[in-house]
Design a protein around this ligand. Structure first.
Ligand SMILES: [Zn+2]
Length: 291
């Protein structure tokens, strides 16, 4: 019997799993892949972005509300879920930027953040791990630290000499970066809306977009998952404190998204198995009969 396929998606905050790669995950779950989402921080320094959720936050506190939101989103996606237990760094704003709160995830040295993830990797034994690129996808200190922690933990998990008390070594076969928010995709959706005489929600975003020369070429792997875009949206809406149902994320009709950009996109960062690029499957090279 072949080893069942397992995918671990490492994210910074509760809600990131539902906005980055969630439809691909829902597709893999539907195919019987065992998926675990790991969330590094509790998101306790986030803002309440949906006024309708403010009263509940005032009553119970943001951390408690977000824990429940995460549990509901995991249920919608059909995934297992684990917290690493670090404290949200918050998004430092101002010029100069204020220092990060002492002891938060972004403030701790990477050497102090990898052990709980090594333990999760060795226990779950994923062939594939997803995380963010070295820029964090967007420059939140927790996203950048999530990248650093994931890459170091994947190395340490395979190293029998590292953390011997945290389980048997496990070699992750492939590591991917989420690259869902490419300019090419946002622009394609924007143009489709404009073409149809609909109001594009992306005007301002595209105006403010700072081009990074290497971004266009980073996508290696486009996973078809249009059928699961509605599952992604339902999971996202469970994060009620973070997601206003009237926000721009829900203004492009699903049928447009399915036609214009039917994939979620990833960048293969590391592989210890042979594969050829471009790919359309995170498990390319790992399925039974492939070698
Ligand atoms: Zn985040």
């Amino acid at each position: 019997m072949a080893d069942p396929l397992r995918l671990m998606a490492v994210h910074a905050h509760p809600d990131d799993e539902s906005s980055k790669g969630a439809a691909a995950i829902a597709r893999y779950v539907s195919e019987g892949v065992d998926v675990m989402v790991v969330t590094c921080t509790g998101g306790e320094r986030g803002d309440v972005l949906n006024p309708a959720a403010q009263a509940e936050v005032d009553e119970r506190g943001l951390a408690a509300v977000r824990r429940d939101e995460m549990a509901r989103a995991a249920k919608v996606l059909g995934v297992r879920h684990a917290w690493l237990g670090f404290e949200d760094s918050g998004f430092p704003e101002g010029d100069p930027r204020p220092p990060l709160p002492a002891g938060c995830f972004g403030d701790l040295p990477v050497a102090d953040t990898i052990a709980p993830l090594v333990e999760q990797i060795r226990a779950f034994r994923p062939q594939v791990v997803t995380t963010y690129d070295e820029n964090g996808g967007y420059p939140h200190p927790d996203h950048i630290r999530t990248h650093e922690t994931t890459m170091a933990a994947v190395d340490a998990a395979a190293d029998a000499a590292a953390f011997p008390e945290l389980g048997e070594p496990w070699q992750v076969s492939k590591v991917y970066y989420n690259q869902t928010f490419s300019k090419a995709r946002v622009l394609a959706l924007h143009l489709a809306m404009v073409d149809a005489d609909l109001d594009s929600p992306y005007h301002d975003w595209l105006d403010r977009w700072e081009d990074r020369p290497d971004d266009i070429d980073r996508i290696t792997t486009k996973v078809p998952c249009a059928e699961w875009f509605d599952v992604r949206d339902r999971a996202l809406l469970e994060h009620r404190t973070q997601i206003d149902p009237g926000s721009m994320w829900f203004q492009v009709p699903l049928e447009f998204q399915r036609e214009v950009w039917p994939t979620e996109d990833f960048e293969l960062a590391r592989s210890v198995v042979p594969t050829s690029l471009p790919e359309d499957d995170l498990f390319a090279g790992l399925r039974e009969g492939q070698s």
